[in-house]
Ligand binder design. Structure first.
Ligand code: OXD
Ligand code: MN
Length: 588
């Protein structure tokens, strides 16, 4: 399938190590994929769902001990420890290769090795990059088919001589938790993953390549790989402006990316288009602006909570050609169900572990809280017509956000790119009672990249500052939002979901210099009356409350930031220490 000697010799080397019985190269053809789907159904690895209700859809269950990303077993192995930084787990690459080689030696005996060439980003785009993943899992092959542009086309994009491809090696091995490793060697363009079958650990194009390795490449090559959704807001004149936004998990990224405009905007003819829901690769274009692509071709979304009200577009996306993982299996009509889908759980079902389950009487959950759908982006009713555009889309605004009950206001704008980098670097989200038992524990998650930055976080901040210098006055404006402020009873004050568009509209108006702002100690804020609340149950006073900056809370916040910053030592850019000093002075 390729004459590229760099690919061929690396695959040969890995075959020698893993010793599979058989090697199959994926060309991306439907015939080949269907053979694999049939084989996975025959062995029980996947279950074919109701062809009428869910055409081309399948159900898969992972091992019970293997349902999420494993940050504590995820490593960045750079030659120098300090290059991985204080937030990543590190091991010497020589030691790690040696340890892993012993585990991979003969691991595919009696199994087939699948060779998956894939392209992250539109074929032919200058922003796209190729990876090759070797795996012994058909589930991985079929997910990679949805999540990436896979097969022959990827090798053609790479060409016959290039060595610029990411080498990904994956084996389920024995799915042994104690021996689970998700290891990145950024200096070798390599990812080795073993003993897991869960998406985030094994679909190596996603978090491992498109964020961890790509962030490192981006620093060296002058571009950015970010944990951001990309959406377009089209005005009644047919002009579309694009926003890239970073949020930690469980803050509604997929919902925001697929937002349905509230009536007040819909009736005027505004539309919202989804370019991506998780990852953005951004480069400076010939016109000096920042251009973004979504490197993925599908959505790997959390199922629970997705429903007709919260995200009808996501739900519609999962109705065809989708792989469901760890949701409940409705035996009556051979479909799927998860908590929060509707108020009608099936009585004759299997839960995500494969045990008999009655949704009406059982106290156990039917779906794992991190159960997922892998769905093709092309199914999405609001997918942008620029989704496959090799040029990507020009970004007007960058938005950061987290879940904060009190501190952060509904929205504020940074005073400059440098201040915006500070705003991103201090991003934090409060854990919910459901997740940890302890409400309001702040976890700092700079730019939502804490688990995904493939190098020293201090250098990463430095790279952001560099990009701003290159962009100059063409740089996107940077904002921070918080949909999650609560009242004294703990209820959310802001309605959220589609109504978040009201805030995006202020953001875009600022980008076009169409609206004023008020200066506060933390940055620019809207005048309360500039947030459109037509049709909402809240008053301008409520908005004023949502925009309130409590100086005492922000003094506490500054102390937290100072503590957080200490770990970066002299690799913290001085510009960020200056911004912290400015904040402290503004709060006096
Ligand atoms: C995540 C995801 O964990 O997108 O951030 O799956
Ligand atoms: Mn994510």
């Amino acid at each position: 399938m390729t004459k590229n000697q760099n690919v061929l010799s690396w695959v040969d080397e890995m075959i020698e190590l893993c010793k599979p019985d058989k090697v199959v190269w994926l060309d991306g053809s439907q015939e080949q994929l269907q053979t694999l789907r049939d084989e996975a159904c025959a062995t029980g690895e996947m279950i074919k769902l109701n062809e009428e209700k869910l055409p081309g859809c399948y159900l898969h269950r992972t091992a019970v001990n293997d349902v999420a990303r494993v940050e504590h077993r995820t490593f960045i192995c750079t030659r120098k420890k300090e290059d991985a930084g204080p937030i990543n787990n590190w091991e010497d690459p020589v030691v790690m290769y040696d340890r892993l080689r012993k585990m991979y030696d003969g691991v595919m005996k009696g199994r087939t090795m699948y060779v998956i060439p894939y392209c992250m980003g539109p074929i032919g785009s200058k922003l796209s990059k190729v990876g090759v993943e070797l795996t012994d899992s058909i589930y991985v092959v079929l997910n990679m088919d949805i999540m990436t542009r896979m097969g022959k086309q990827a090798l053609e994009h790479l060409g016959d001589t290039s060595n610029d491809f990411v080498r990904g090696l994956h084996s389920k091995a024995d799915v042994d938790e104690e021996k689970r490793y998700i290891v990145h060697f950024p200096e070798d363009n390599a990812i080795w993953s073993i003993n897991s079958g869960y998406g985030g650990n094994v679909l190596l194009g996603k978090k491992c390549f498109a964020l961890r390795i790509a962030s490192y490449q981006g620093k060296n090559e002058g571009w950015m790989a970010e944990h951001m959704l990309i959406l377009g807001v089209e005005n009644p004149q047919g002009e579309t402006k694009y926003i890239a936004a970073a949020f930690p998990s469980a803050c509604g990224k997929t919902n925001l990316a697929m937002l349905i405009p509230p009536e007040v905007y819909k009736k005027q003819g505004y539309k919202v288009w989804t370019v991506g829901d998780d990852i953005a690769w951004m480069r400076i274009g010939d016109d000096g602006r920042l251009w973004a692509i979504n490197p993925e071709a599908g959505f790997f979304g959390v199922a629970p909570g997705t429903n007709e009200k919260s995200n009808p577009n996501a739900l519609a996306t999962t109705k065809r050609g989708t792989i469901f993982t760890n949701v409940a299996h409705n035996l009556d009509d051979n479909t799927v169900w998860w908590e929060g889908l509707d108020k009608n759980p099936p009585e004759h079902a299997k839960d995500w572990k494969g045990n008999d389950w009655n949704g009406k009487t059982s106290t156990e959950k039917g779906a794992n809280p991190n159960s997922r759908f892998t769905a093709p982006a092309k199914n999405c009713p609001c997918i942008s017509d620029k989704f496959n555009d090799p040029l990507g889309v020009p970004i007007s605004a960058i938005v950061f956000g987290g879940r904060r009950a009190k501190t952060a206001p509904l929205v504020y704008q940074s005073r400059s790119w440098q201040h915006g980098v500070f705003v991103g670097s201090i991003m934090a989200s409060e854990t919910t009672a459901a997740a940890t038992g302890a409400v309001g524990v702040v976890r700092r998650d700079p730019m939502a990249m804490r688990p995904f930055c493939g190098y020293h976080m201090g250098d990463y901040f430095g790279h952001w500052l560099e990009m701003g210098k290159k962009l100059g006055n063409k740089a996107p404006k940077i904002f921070n939002v918080n949909w999650f402020r609560t009242d004294d009873e703990g209820h959310f004050i802001w309605p959220g979901f589609g109504d978040n568009m009201r805030v995006l509209m202020w953001i875009l108006a600022r980008c076009e210099d169409k609206v004023d702002a008020v200066e506060t100690p933390i940055g620019y804020e809207p005048k309360p009356e500039d947030i459109n609340i037509e049709g909402l149950d809240i008053t301008t006073d409520t908005v004023a409350g949502l925009l309130d900056v409590d100086k005492d809370l922000w003094r506490e916040e500054s102390a937290g930031i100072e503590d957080f910053y200490k770990q970066f030592g002299d690799r913290l850019p001085k510009e960020l220490s200056e911004e912290l000093e400015t904040l402290k002075a503004n709060l006096k």
